[in-house]
Design a protein around this ligand. Structure first.
Ligand code: GLU
Length: 265
């Protein structure tokens, strides 16, 4: 009887141990076990994540994410995120990481962790070609579009408190409003603004210079140091193997002035 009870208790204990160790397994191990990493990316933020003319999801962030997945030895599964949905979707474990033009801000670090910075931008202003204003201050008391959940709106409001911010859920909506004359400007990172101006047949242009500092980082869940290390090491490999410079030229048409930090061996 005692032996029976003893065996029962030991097997229950082992079962409990298995459950506990499974639920406390780290994210990297889970990703490798399923052979797949779910990556939150933008579908409408050219040249970081967008659909090309043949309907393929492409961009700098997409190539970067593919490189990271290959270094981890798993298949990437891309899921669309917006500026406002990316952090909540990481928190709800709907995605494993975020590679979506996301600035590493200390305030965002309260909820999630970040990789080393992999791209360095600053906020600008996209306007119609006939706009006479050239500085941020000249948009006081005028309608300036920004995207919900992006750094640009609050940054701009701080810089020009009299600006009338108009918030949109997604970038294409804001672009349509600008082209139709419903708003006077859109403020967000320079690289996106510049691509829109180049694609606009000279109907749009970029003004205002660089109004903020926007270093992009890959978002990872809080306290997953093995996953964060693996992503950082992959980014370091990306630079060392010359792929970072290649991708930079492919998507931005110039050589990088600044690279992600490389740690010595
Ligand atoms: N990099 C900025 C941000 O993280 C703007 C681009 C975006 O909306 O993703 O908010």
């Amino acid at each position: 009887m005692t032996t029976y009870l003893g065996t029962l208790m030991i097997s229950r204990f082992l079962l409990l141990l298995a459950i506990v160790s499974f639920s406390y397994g780290d994210k990297l191990t889970d990703i490798k076990a399923t052979d797949m990493i779910h990556i939150g990316v933008k579908y409408d933020f050219k040249p970081f994540g967008f659909f090309d003319k043949r309907g393929r999801l492409v961009g700098f962030d997409i190539d970067l994410a593919r490189f990271i997945a290959s270094k981890l030895g798993v298949t990437p599964s891309f899921k669309q995120v917006t500026s406002s949905s990316r952090i909540p979707r990481l928190l709800s474990e709907d995605i494993d990481i975020i590679v979506a033009s996301m600035t590493h801000k200390i305030s965002r670090d309260k909820e999630i962790d970040f990789s080393i910075s992999y791209f360095f931008d600053g906020q600008s202003i996209l306007v119609r070609q006939d706009e006479v204003g050239t500085t941020a201050k000249e948009f006081a008391n005028r309608k300036v579009g920004a995207i919900k959940g992006s750094t640009a709106g609050p940054n701009f409001k701080k810089l020009v408190p009299e600006s009338r911010m108009v918030y949109f859920s997604e970038y294409p909506q804001a672009l349509r409003a600008l082209k139709r004359g419903n708003i006077e400007a859109i403020t967000t990172d320079f690289t996106w603004c510049n691509v829109q101006a180049n694609d606009s047949n000279e109907t749009l242009k970029v003004v205002g210079g660089l109004l903020s500092y926007e270093p992009y980082g890959i978002g990872v869940p809080q306290n997953e140091s093995k996953l964060r290390d693996a992503i950082n090491f992959a980014l370091i490999e990306l630079v060392k193997e010359g792929v970072y410079a290649e991708l930079y030229e492919k998507w931005f048409g110039k050589k990088p002035k600044r690279f992600p930090t490389i740690w010595p061996k």
